[in-house]
Design a protein around this ligand. Structure first.
Ligand SMILES: Nc1ncnc2c1ncn2[C@@H]1O[C@H](COP(=O)(O)OP(=O)(O)O)[C@@H](O)[C@H]1O
Ligand SMILES: [Mg+2]
Length: 777
């Protein structure tokens, strides 16, 4: 049973080991250099190579004493020795038996001690021990299963081992145990206790292994991502290089350097540099990295540097404005004046230009033309539907996907710090929550504030003071007051049919031919065809629909050229219906006959002048007055004034004096597309009521406009030109206007004046005189 070559107590040389515990059966090597250790080995060599190996409690101790070493260790046999440089000896040993030092004989020249062997218990296992061994085996299976470094075959080998002590010694020598744990396994002599101790240690090791694996997986995943990104970046670099673009794309040009190159204003520079430096410390796979990169890219892409351009050349500007737009003499003149003032003061601190007029009169395209005239870049930001201040100022950079507002976005598009910047349709700004976006705009347009405009996303001041702002609006009424105060209004009225024809012939038609790629001469549209479009297919103050109809013709013609192989296409007044379908508006649209109680009024709306029909009806009743249709409050008041006036003069027109006690009056203004309000329908309403009361028809080719007082005086109105244009479009022959508006007629084109019989009136009775037809007999 017992190994006879090992006596129970022997005197043996001792080597204190550092950081290693040797178990029986374990074959291992260690290097010795200390004199006492070398002497111990020499002594062992003389004495059948047996040596006692113990472990130092503190590996740093150079001359360990009794208290500095564990007293339980392993007796081993030296198998090999190898002399190394610097007096070191590498020793290969094989562990034989656990043993305990009973007493020390000497520490000089080597440690010598009386050692007692701890013999393994060879008796049969008890039931408890058997159970405990099973637990240990389960532990081992789990451990080996979870440890990719150990081959699964190892378990089969371990199963062969019969003795529990052998199993423990064997496994313990391979596990990366702490010195204390290993030492305890050596020291415990009771077999059952030893198995339980081992089980405890194994459980802990399994737990540690699990945690290790988790950490490893995480590290691997991250490594994978980083490597993939690295790989892609390298590829990208290679592609850029192939394309000869590597200068710009070179990753090595760090953001810090790029930022430095921008020569940003001082405060901006400090802040942005800090962000760039933060980037260097951020993990490229984290979301913060992406947020930082897109922020820095915004900064880099924005224009920052001001280069003084050429002085404003007024002659050149005039030439460009004339090239781009037909007519608009006054408008161009005003714009040139505005530019001249700017040139003199050389500061953009003046008011902001605001082009006001109905749709399609060229407001947007004039702004573009101003940019060309000044030789500056052009950007346009449409304010239609901008409801939220964030659209102006952006969102804070706190969440992924946040962006600068449209001001900064447009500046990036502009690419220079001094573009012409159009706020298009400023009157359409946030009709829902007007306050906020308007206040943002106010700051942008205020020369005292806009040199330090702050976008929430950028979070650094941005200088907008070099920008040439222009705005447009259909109507000044809906522009918030404080904004309106900043602006110099230039009105663009609607065009006369002849002006429209000229615009179409000289600008719209050539433009559409070119845009549709039709060679010169292949398609022609006669001037009369264009006049027919103006009169019969469109009804507008501007030329937007005219342009659209021309576009329709050109597209159809293009299809004919391609599909039907035609060489030349002529569009004339005669064949225009082939292209645009039946005429939509006819001259005699007004009415077929003169009617009682129906009068043509003229109103001015956001889209320019329109004709409106006022209908009055009188029925038997109790003197009630009813107003229906789309009437604003102001129009209601003027209706009341008109009716009062009629009552006061009823007898002069042969109406019974007490008519209002047995007659109800009903005035109706059909809705139409645009809401109408204002006092200028007063005379029209009065005329309609009188016509109805006297049963006298109203001439259908007469239209009128004018406010009325309780005494019948006719007061002036606004939008005269627009209203005359509307009347002319409808084919009206005679227009009654307030006397006080007469002097405005000098500004109206000759051919409009020629087509209309314009009669200035001072009193409503003059209107009745002219508008009421012969009473039917
Ligand atoms: N006086 C004009 N001369 C030449 N083209 C014009 C003129 N007025 C308008 N246009 C053209 O009509 C179209 C509509 O003009 P746009 O600028 O969109 O009008 P708005 O902004 O006033 O609604 C554009 O193609 C524009 O170039
Ligand atoms: Mg426009």
């Amino acid at each position: 049973m017992e190994n006879t070559s090992f006596e129970m107590i022997e005197t043996l040389p001792v080597i204190p080991l550092r950081n290693i515990v040797v178990f029986p059966q374990m074959v291992t090597h260690f290097d010795v250099g200390r004199d006492v250790s070398i002497k111990a080995i020499e002594e062992a060599e003389l004495n059948d190579s047996k040596i006692m190996l113990v472990t130092q409690k503190d590996y740093k101790e150079m001359e360990p004493g009794v208290e500095d070493i564990y007293h339980t260790g392993t007796v081993a046999v030296i198998r090999q020795m190898l002399k190394l440089p610097q007096g070191l000896i590498r020793v290969l040993v094989e562990g034989k038996s656990r043993a305990e030092i009973k007493s020390f004989d000497s520490f000089d020249p080597y440690i010598s001690a009386k050692v007692m062997m701890i013999n393994d218990d060879q008796s049969e296992l008890t039931v408890e021990e058997e159970a405990a061994i099973r637990l240990v085996k389960e532990d081992l299976e789990t451990y080996i299963g979870n440890n990719s470094k150990i081959s699964p075959v190892a378990m089969e080998m371990l199963n062969e081992i019969q003795s529990s002590d052998s199993l423990i010694d064997m496994v313990a020598s391979y596990l990366p145990l702490k010195i204390e744990d290993s030492q305890r396994l050596l020291e415990v002599t009771d077999r059952y206790e030893r198995i339980i101790e081992f089980h405890t240690i194994l459980q802990r090791e399994i737990e540690l292994l699990g945690i290790e694996n988790k950490i490893n997986q995480r590290v691997k995943k991250q490594m994978g991502k980083v490597q993939k990104e690295y790989y892609l970046r390298e590829q990208l670099k290679a592609i850029h290089k192939e394309l000869g673009e590597d200068d710009e794309a070179e990753e090595s040009v760090s953001y810090v350097e790029k930022i430095k190159k921008l020569k940003l204003p001082k405060e901006v520079n400090a802040k942005v540099l800090k962000e760039a430096e933060k980037l260097a410390k951020t993990n490229p796979s984290s979301p913060e990295y992406a947020v930082l990169v897109s922020y820095l890219d915004w900064i880099i892409d924005l224009p920052w540097k001001y280069k003084k351009g050429k002085d404003i050349d007024l002659n050149y500007a005039r030439q460009v404005l004339d090239e781009d737009h037909y007519g608009l003499k006054d408008v161009k003149e005003r714009i040139l004046e505005f530019l001249a003032v700017r040139k003199l003061t050389d500061t953009p601190k003046g008011p902001i230009l605001c082009l006001v007029g109905p749709p399609g009169v060229g407001k947007t395209s004039i702004a573009r033309s101003v940019a060309r005239a000044l030789d500056k870049n052009f950007v346009r930001m449409s304010l239609g539907g901008v409801r939220d201040e964030a659209e102006i100022r952006g969102h804070r950079r706190t969440y992924v996907g946040s962006m600068p507002g449209q001001i900064i976005g447009s500046m990036k598009k502009a690419g220079t710090v001094d573009p012409v910047f159009l706020f298009d349709e400023i009157d359409k700004i946030g009709s829902d929550y007007r306050g906020d976006p308007a206040s943002g705009l106010l700051e942008v347009l205020d020369p005292e504030q806009n040199s330090t405009f702050t976008d929430h996303y950028l979070d650094v001041p941005y200088d907008l003071s070099k920008v040439f702002f222009i705005t447009t609006a259909n109507d000044t009424q809906t522009i918030p007051g404080p904004l309106l105060d900043r602006m110099e209004i230039i009105r663009i009225e609607g065009y006369t049919p002849e002006e429209k024809a000229q615009i179409a012939i000289r600008y719209l038609l050539p433009k559409q031919l070119e845009e549709n790629g039709i060679p010169e001469g292949n398609v022609s549209v006669s001037d009369n065809a264009i006049r027919s479009i103006i009169n019969h297919y469109t009804r507008e103050a501007g030329v937007r629909n005219l342009e659209r109809e021309i576009q329709k013709i050109i597209r159809k013609a293009a299809i004919q050229i391609v599909g039907e192989n035609k060489k030349k296409i002529r569009v004339t007044e005669g064949n225009i219906e082939k292209y645009l379908g039946p005429k939509v508006y006819l001259y005699e649209e007004m009415k077929d006959t003169d009617q009682i109680g129906v009068v043509n009024g003229l109103a001015w709306t956001q889209v320019g002048g329109v004709t409106l029909t006022v209908e009055a009806n009188t029925i038997e009743g109790s003197g009630k007055i009813q107003l229906t249709g789309k009437l604003g409050d102001v129009m209601k008041e003027s209706a009341a004034a008109g009716i009062s006036y009629i009552r006061s003069i009823a007898s002069e027109y042969g109406i019974e004096e007490d008519f209002y006690s047995n007659t109800d009056i009903h005035v109706h203004v059909p809705e139409g597309a645009m809401p109408k309000d204002g006092p200028s329908a007063g005379v029209t309403i009065a005329t309609a009521v009188l016509s109805s009361l006297t049963k006298t028809p109203v001439k259908r080719d007469v239209a009128m406009t004018g406010e009325i007082t309780l005494t019948g005086r006719v007061l002036p109105i606004g939008g005269l030109k627009e209203k005359l244009l509307a009347a002319e479009r409808m084919g009206i022959k005679t227009v009654l206007i307030p006397k006080e508006n007469e002097r405005e007629l000098v500004d109206i084109e000759k051919n409009i004046l020629n087509k209309l019989n314009i009669v200035p009136i001072e009193n409503a009775k003059e209107a009745f005189e002219i508008a009421l037809a012969e009473k039917e007999k």
